[in-house]
Design a protein around this ligand. Structure first.
Ligand SMILES: [Fe+2]
Ligand SMILES: [Fe+2]
Length: 501
């Protein structure tokens, strides 16, 4: 298996006119099957393979067109010049395409691009190595075992207790019948959502398929748990909601005092805290929902970001602050949301230690000689509401109290929002920006205002809490926020502590 992937990598590089040196082959020999698969995915996804190779794809970093050096820079307050960031924070994926008008054909191309990418991942699964197109399955007259890959167009629960999935690929569509007597596959079918791409094994007959198995793209089982060679801690915050009357200023200032006290109870942690991630909703925003104005302490969006910058400006400058937008920030709702706009958030960009990335984004931190660093997938989590409401498995197991279940669900689908209506999105035809094509070491989110820390197949799942007391809206929809908690990870051991402020 390992040899096969290595061959594929070499072949793909040669196809892209990249000379494969003996060092590169030796490097491949040192990698685990999981890492090899990841490299192959990166090479396939790379828009500029030459550039990707030069920039160190063999260290496991993806370089896309959107990764420009100036993105790792901030505006210097005095000179107005951009400052280059330290080398151990690398932006692997950040999206900055401006909004444009999209036609229905764009959505068709977008879904085709998504299908092709997830199909490629699914084809690596042993059960799906012999996939038949839907058109061929429909033409079969004999009942026989089949495997197919398709996108779920519709899901129906019948009165007789069956689940019918209408699944399509580029050749056609077919009904897939899931019988409750097959408990395992029936349980899987219950969690299937519209527009996700799945593999199905079963038997064909009468222009339909009777399912025996459902296979999600998923992340590899064999991912290696990376542990840093050098000391370092990372803290994960989200949902500050600065500007809200319910912003917990006292608690946030307590956090700021903590981060500035290298001699206190957590001296070792504070002394080695190197990264603070803030995963969206930095401010409460303006006009986000009807009647919001009466709930705002600061009614001006510029003043909200200025206050946010004043607070974050108190974080010591040796700590890198990495921020992305959320649905309350002053930017389009469609995902990916680009970096916070300089127009509104200029005071944040004046902080020399702040790096703004898109939502979602992938950032690599803490690399050192011989250590490739951690790939951190940041996503605010706007799609979470949909999956908490629509997936029984999540809703019945804790719903809004279990961000980790949503995160696991999305990793299994290798997509941050597979269903068309779960979030607004930009139908980019080149590459679906909400695909989870790089398997991260950390998947970090926010939005539901309650911390969750878990592990799924050696990926650390972390949801930040919030710095806003419970709002009337949250009361009405049954959220249980737990503000002012901060998960902090020891990057050498991967142990997480949740501190309460
Ligand atoms: Fe929020
Ligand atoms: Fe949010």
């Amino acid at each position: 298996m390992q040899a096969e992937i290595k061959k594929k990598i070499v072949r793909r590089l040669l196809e892209k006119n990249i000379l494969v040196s003996s060092e590169m082959v030796e490097e491949l020999d040192r990698l685990t099957p999981d890492e090899l698969r990841q490299r192959l995915e990166i090479i396939n996804a790379s828009e500029e393979p030459q550039l990707a190779y030069k920039e160190g794809i063999m260290q496991g970093e993806a370089v896309t067109k959107s990764q420009e050096p100036e993105r790792n820079a901030a505006i210097d307050k005095q000179t107005g010049q951009q400052q280059i960031r330290p080398p151990n924070v690398k932006i692997v994926r950040s999206y900055s395409e401006p909004t444009k008008k999209y036609e229905p054909a764009d959505f068709v191309s977008y879904f085709n691009a998504r299908f092709r990418e997830l199909e490629r991942i699914l084809r690596n699964r042993q059960e799906l190595s012999q996939v038949t197109s839907i058109a061929r399955i429909i033409s079969k007259t004999e009942r026989e075992n089949v495997a197919l890959i398709g996108i779920v167009k519709e899901k129906v629960n019948t009165q007789t207790g069956k689940i019918i999935l209408m699944v399509e690929d580029l050749s056609g569509e077919i009904r897939v019948i899931v019988d409750p007597s097959k408990q395992e596959v029936f349980a899987q079918a219950k969690s299937v959502v519209n527009d996700e791409v799945i593999g199905i094994t079963g038997s064909s007959g009468n222009r339909m398929v009777f399912a025996n198995g459902i296979i999600c793209p998923d992340v590899p089982l064999t991912k290696h748990v990376k542990k840093a060679q050098e000391e370092g801690y990372a803290a994960f915050l989200s949902d500050l909601h600065v500007g809200s009357k319910k912003f917990l200023k006292d608690e946030f200032e307590k956090f700021l005092r903590w981060v500035n006290d290298p001699t206190g109870k957590h001296a070792h942690m504070v002394q080695n805290l190197k990264y603070i991630f803030i995963v969206g909703d930095l401010v409460d925003g303006v006009g986000i929902y009807p009647g919001q104005e009466s709930e705002l302490e600061i009614k001006d969006i510029y003043a909200q970001y200025a206050e946010c910058a004043r607070l974050l400006g108190q974080i010591p400058k040796h700590i890198q602050i990495i921020v992305c937008a959320g649905n309350h920030d002053a930017i389009r709702l469609s995902e990916p949301q680009p970096e916070l706009p300089v127009e509104f958030a200029k005071p944040l960009y004046e902080l020399s230690n702040l790096i703004a990335v898109s939502n979602p984004a992938v950032v690599n931190v803490h690399s050192s000689n011989g250590f490739p660093g951690f790939d951190i997938l940041l996503y605010h989590g706007y799609s979470f509401d949909y999956y908490i409401q629509n997936v029984d498995e999540i809703r019945n197991s804790g719903g809004y109290d279990r961000a980790d279940l949503v995160m696991k669900f999305l990793l299994q689908r290798r997509h941050l929002s597979p269903s068309h209506t779960a979030t607004l999105y930009v139908p980019d035809q080149k590459r679906d920006p909400l695909l989870i094509d790089i398997v991260p070491d950390f998947f970090v989110t926010g939005h539901i205002h309650k911390t969750a820390v878990a592990n799924y197949r050696n990926i650390s799942l972390i949801c930040g809490s919030c710095w806003q007391a419970k709002t009337d809206f949250q009361e009405r929809v049954g959220h249980h926020p737990e503000p002012a908690r901060v998960p902090i990870v020891n990057l050498q051991t991967r142990e997480t502590k949740i501190l309460r402020f």
